[in-house]
Design a protein around this ligand. Sequence first.
Ligand SMILES: [Ca+2]
Length: 483
Amino acid sequence: MMDQKRSFFSFVPLAAALFGLGFILNACGSDTDGGGGGSGGGGSGAGTPTGTTTGTGVAPGTGAGTPTGPGTGGGDGTSTSGTSGSGAGPTTGTGAGGHGSIDCDDPAGTVPALKLTEVVSGLNRPLYVTSEPADASRLYVVEQGGTIRIVSGGALQSGAFLDITSIVQQSEYAGDERGLLGLAFHPDYASNGRFFIFHNTRARSTVLKEYRRSSDNPDLADPTPVREFFTVTGLRGNHNGGMLAFGPDGMLYVGVGDGGSDGDAQDPDSNGQNIETKKGKILRIDVDNYPTPPAGNLTGGDPDIWDYGLRNPWRFSFDQCSGDLYIGDVGAKDIEEINIEPRGQGNRNYGWSIFEGSNCFQPTQEPGCDLPNHTLPVKELSHGTGDGGSITGGYVYRGSNIPGLRGTYLYGDFSNNRIYSLVWKNGALVSSGNMSANLGSEDTLQALASFGEDAAGELYVVDYAVRNANGTVSGRLYRIDPE
Ligand SMILES: [Ca+2]
């Protein structure tokens, strides 16, 4: 079966249908005088932030905080001109999202001319990039076949940080979406070396696992997993999800697709609306107390569920300043969608597989079009107009290099390599746009598999595959830069 997405993908060599596929946070202090938003945390509770921040002022009146200590988020951080602190207070006591130099100020000026700067090439089907939570100097690229590569000093390092190729499901056909799909570093990675991955096994399952950094070499992971949290069985070759990200509450959020289908049928097992299964969900787990579910998860079904009614939340992210959750959910026949969830307000039903976007798509599925607790998308991309084919969720820009872009969410599409923008503020869509021409993305990219964000809030674009003159395939990593 090839849904429309698949046939569309067939234009893309090798990358083909990859994605039917597709944190942190902060209080941002209550700036009172134009002071810079620290990137404290998304904690809860009261108290005085103890995290310290040092302004690195990217512009007059702005500062980029680096919370280093435990604290309590919630927007109670104090802030002074140029510096601020708002500690992050998830259960770990350190800033989930206390990521280096995040800048929570309002945008300064307009969005300038931008470009995609190639960081490295030579990647093998890359799907994701991130940095350590408090160190933007090294990037970690996830390759589908089962490797995590380090980019440092502007160069792709030889060897791999982690190589689990032998246990990861390998692609069986062009467009096979299975593999090593997600990576998240623990908010305290610098001190505890803990990180988490999500991958397909060779038995039509996916598994969430914890690993550790090697005790004597920061460029290597210990190849022996620390633990497995859960396995999802009965998946097909598409819609496996795989996104991992720590939220402002210190919990680990996990995207799981609806399990795909082998024909034209969509969600044939009706997993999206079934809260007894992890498929078609965003899960939320406490990595220190699993399987005890954290307070606030959905009740009455699988205890790990945070949100449901998703088809393939291939990529999602948390705005490091507001804590809002931005979800790119890959559509089926006609509509790609972005959902935005205010911080902490989960337990939502995003509609699939009764709704595709705002369209009641399978009205005969119970309970029908009058769906309880249904949250409609904030933004839709139509297949019919060519605007979308397979959405790739991105990030709200919180870096320092492009002050005019601060607070703007960038996302894109795997099938047409467009990069779009939108601004969401106070519960409403303020603006939306198409940045493809500004970035030259349609001419540069082959298959926009993912965005990534480093500890300083700068954004990257992961190009899944390029077929070069020799017929070999090389994935690339780009950074979004001002001209
Ligand atoms: Ca939806």
